[in-house]
Design a protein around this ligand. Structure first.
Ligand code: SF4
Length: 238
């Protein structure tokens, strides 16, 4: 577990939060995957792998922290063995002192897991998000709404093609958005980013906080959280 550069993973006092990767590797094959680039550089593989030695890391930190779960994989990918998911979720439940954030591109797998085992419950200290990069994946929002999480968020990052249709964001507590990012720089053209940004803004409900990555054109040196007075909605605490 280590401090993360991911901008939206923050402690309530604004300091950087942590990433925790008891599972690494992914078979989703997203062309823009930064995790694959890093993994191939340092380990030479991006095959899914469970790391039992990392399972206890959250419990070794007593101080309440914000932790992004599985930044180097997708815990709910179809290829992930169920006992890995059980072990990781067990560790989240065992650490109510922390606030966990978890993002997936396969909310249907998490939903099926919850429906199949009525005893499987999501703890209150876990925020669940889905990533939406193309408008064809908008159905993930409805699936997320069905997941009984104490906080739900959407990551429109990278916002590659969200179309122009207003999206139904009811029941979603927090929105994150950013362009395609290459080595800390925006790889999306400015006009393309603004098309995505306008679709997101049209879809927002008045009460929803929006966090914009600082790689987005025109957002450097400007507030990242809109409305600014709202601050980042606090990640739930069990
Ligand atoms: S789902 Fe996430 S971890 Fe998996 S390939 Fe796509 S970007 Fe990478």
């Amino acid at each position: 577990m280590q401090r993360t550069e991911i901008e939206w993973v923050r402690e309530p006092d604004g300091r950087r939060g942590f990433s925790w990767n008891p599972v690494t590797g992914c078979k989703m094959g997203c062309t823009y995957c930064y995790a694959r680039d890093i993994a191939l550089l340092y380990t030479g593989t991006f095959e899914p792998e469970y790391h039992p030695d990392r399972l206890m890391e959250p419990s070794q930190r007593r101080k309440s922290s914000t932790i992004f779960l599985c930044s180097m994989s997708d815990l709910w990918g179809l290829w992930v063995p169920e006992h890995w998911q059980l072990l990781v979720m067990g560790a989240v439940i065992a650490n109510p002192q922390h606030r966990f954030l978890m993002c997936t591109k396969s909310p249907e797998v998490l939903l099926a897991w919850l429906l199949r085992f009525p005893t499987h419950k999501l703890p209150d200290n876990l925020a669940v998000g889905v990533t939406i990069d193309y408008h064809k994946h908008e159905h993930r929002i409805s699936l997320l709404r069905c997941i009984p999480a104490s906080m739900r968020f959407i990551s429109f990052e990278p916002a590659l093609d969200l179309g122009t249709k207003i999206m139904d964001l009811k029941g979603i507590d927090w929105i994150i958005a950013g362009p395609l990012n290459k080595r800390g720089r925006c790889a999306t053209t400015e006009s393309h980013w603004w098309d995505q940004y306008i679709t997101i803004c049209h879809s927002l409900l008045l009460s929803q906080p929006l966090f914009i990555k600082n790689t987005a054109p025109m957002h450097q040196e400007r507030p990242q959280q809109f409305p600014a007075w709202m601050g980042i909605k606090e990640v739930p605490h069990g």
